[in-house]
Design a protein around this ligand. Structure first.
Ligand code: PLP
Length: 383
């Protein structure tokens, strides 16, 4: 097949229009890097948008999670409980600290961390006198986990809840923004996320001391002295002023991007839901997903096409799609780690596929994708 049609990507960057103006302003001030007024503005505006009082702009979501764990003093001998159905950046910071990750499976209703399995894990470790240092819960594909239920489980043991909201900027949990109510939450502005700074992250918290410690650790942990003095090891994890300028522009369109992502999901549902054997990632009644990515599952007993077959058929039409995250407990690097449950995320991995969800897609692009999916399901080649 000759690939004459332009490629449709899974979730490419989508600029809003004012990013370059903010970059120009940053250049004119000569605050190119590091830090500067755009970083302050981006933090302030993100705080206003989310309603979370203290926000620290960082070099990535992974860095933000690493610092969240560092502010808690996480280290060797500690256990950190985490969602198994997630991206590696959610859990690799646990290993940076020398602590041990223990994974918790998803539930079928939200695909997020199963609160009953979390309760079982917490009770087991508490009985053994090993209170986990933290819980990291991922908001999967733009949908908030059930924070209130998770907090109910963690609070009696004083276990801090870190919300990995890297995929859920703009989503709602009850009447609040995603990432609200825990010890802290972490956002990502990587190139594939709903808004991007070309690369970046944010740590958000109600606690000013946590934000202050985060900024301190992110700037090489400098003690107050005229020379460079260090009593702890820190990192070079701050966001540059230029990246923050892009973020200021992107934040202006975040609410619109959520509406566009949801409309894309609705289009897919209208066309594909009537088909035998196709289901969509459910939306929890307690919130509003950003639908960062639209995700379907194919029932092997009722579909002529496997998820991998569909992925390859789309690739033949120059359309990018991607399997659901491979659960962390199935990763070779975590083969010795403990997992509570596991079968739900394994099934989602084996049956799921993420569909192109770029907000700059035209109606024509969307029709191209759905036509290609329908043909693949009927066993026909790409046109
Ligand atoms: C993208 C992502 C991260 C990591 O963010 P980076 O900014 O790429 O470091 C962490 N967790 C989840 C769930 C993500 O999707």
């Amino acid at each position: 097949m000759t690939q004459t049609q332009k490629r449709i990507f899974l979730s490419p960057p989508h600029m809003g229009g004012s990013e370059l103006d903010f970059i120009h302003t940053a250049f004119e001030s000569n605050y190119v890097a590091p830090l500067g007024p755009m970083v302050d503005a981006f933090e302030r505006n993100f705080s206003t948008f989310t309603g979370i009082p203290h926000c620290a702009a960082l070099s990535s979501g992974t860095a933000a999670l690493h610092l969240a764990l560092r502010t808690l003093g996480t280290g060797p001998g500690d256990i950190v409980l985490a969602s198994t159905l997630t991206f590696i950046g959610s859990v690799s910071p646990i290993t940076f600290t020398g602590a041990q990750p223990v994974f918790i499976d998803s539930d079928t209703e939200t695909w997020n961390m199963n609160p009953d399995l979390l309760a079982e894990a917490v009770a087991g470790y508490a009985a053994a006198g090993r209170i986990p240092r933290a819980v990291i819960v991922t908001d999967l594909y733009g949908q908030c986990a059930d924070y209130d239920r998770l907090l109910e489980i963690c609070a009696p043991h004083g276990i801090p809840l870190i919300i990995d909201a890297a995929e859920s900027a703009g989503a709602r949990y009850r009447n609040r923004h995603a990432g609200t109510g825990g010890y802290c939450s972490v956002f990502s502005f990587n190139g594939n996320k709903i808004i991007t700074t070309s690369g970046g992250g944010m740590l958000c918290t109600d606690n000013p001391a946590v934000a202050e410690k985060t900024r301190w650790l992110a700037q090489q942990a400098r003690d107050p002295a005229p020379y460079y003095e260090h009593s702890e090891i820190g990192y070079n994890y701050r966001m540059s002023n230029i990246c923050a300028a892009i973020g200021c522009g992107q934040l202006e369109v975040l609410a619109r991007r959520v509406a566009q992502k949801r409309a894309i999901c609705e289009h897919y549902r209208r066309v594909l839901e009537p088909r035998e054997g196709i289901a969509f990632m459910p939306e929890a009644p307690y919130g509003q997903s950003s639908r960062w990515l639209t995700v379907i599952t194919l029932d092997p007993a009722r579909c002529r096409c496997t998820p991998e077959g569909l992925r390859r058929a789309l690739e033949d039409c120059n359309i990018e799609s991607r399997p659901v995250w491979k659960p962390m407990h199935m990763q070779p690097v975590f083969k010795d780690c403990r997992v509570f449950g596991g079968s739900v995320s394994e099934r989602l991995f084996h049956t799921g596929l993420c569909l192109p969800s770029g907000t700059a897609m035209t109606g024509q692009d969307l029709t191209r994708v759905t036509d290609a999916i329908l043909r693949a399901l009927d066993g026909q080649p790409c046109e």
